[in-house]
Unconditional design. Sequence first.
Length: 159
Amino acid sequence: MPDEQNKAIVNERTLRVQRVALRMKAYHHGDVGKVQHFVRVYTLAKSIGELEHLGDEEQLDVELAAVVHNVEGDRIPVVRDILRECEISEAASMKVCHMVENIENYEHIGTLDHQILIEAKLIVDFKEQNIPEKEIIRKAEDIFLTNTGKLFLKRAFNL
């Protein structure tokens, strides 16, 4: 029975995230580069979260934050509206908004799901922006804390 219950939780989480992802595709008006960016960050964040054994709520939060993190402009009201439209709980919405608002803040990462979001985004950004290896290594030493994030970074850049 626990396996069936676990599958139901994963399926519900997947449906919630996919509703938000569809809304984000509409938000980006078919801009393939922006959609591909959030899909890459989402894929890495999802994998790192699962391999680091996040709890169900934290896994949902990191997946949602990965999908909505690249909203432009005054992003928090937009993110909040998108999450509300997709019937995401107020608690999850608050957490996701906090992570998105602090996605560039590497000094005060307070939770594992936020750490994972930042690591996933940085790996994607390093690839997309062709960051020099020396800079990647420096940032990796300063910012990356999860074993899975470090492993994915090393494999992505042959470090």
